[in-house]
Write a protein that binds this ligand. Structure first.
Ligand SMILES: [Zn+2]
Length: 86
């Protein structure tokens, strides 16, 4: 393999835990699908299935509206682990 892949194993983490509903109030449930700048990770990187990626997207957008997670992260505020304080 020529290129080094950051996400080597591609499987749906939500299918593995048999998640039927992703609660937007439970931020840790969709932390796999957020980058360190709180952007939604694309499905090609996380390996989520279509069904769970749609649920994650809805949950993250709801969480943003309810100020559980920020819409944007300033350059100064970027931390290595954004879920440390949660
Ligand atoms: Zn899935």
């Amino acid at each position: 393999m020529a290129e080094k892949r950051k996400y080597k194993k591609r499987y749906c983490k939500y299918c593995e835990t048999k998640t039927d509903y992703i609660d937007f109030k439970n931020v840790s449930s969709f932390k796999f699908s957020l980058s360190e700048r709180f952007k939604i990770m694309p499905r090609r990187l996380t390996g989520n299935c279509k069904r769970h990626q749609d649920m994650v997207t809805i949950a993250i957008k709801r969480a943003r509206q309810t100020a559980m997670i920020p819409y944007i992260v300033d350059r100064q505020n970027v931390v290595t682990n954004p879920f440390e304080g949660l």
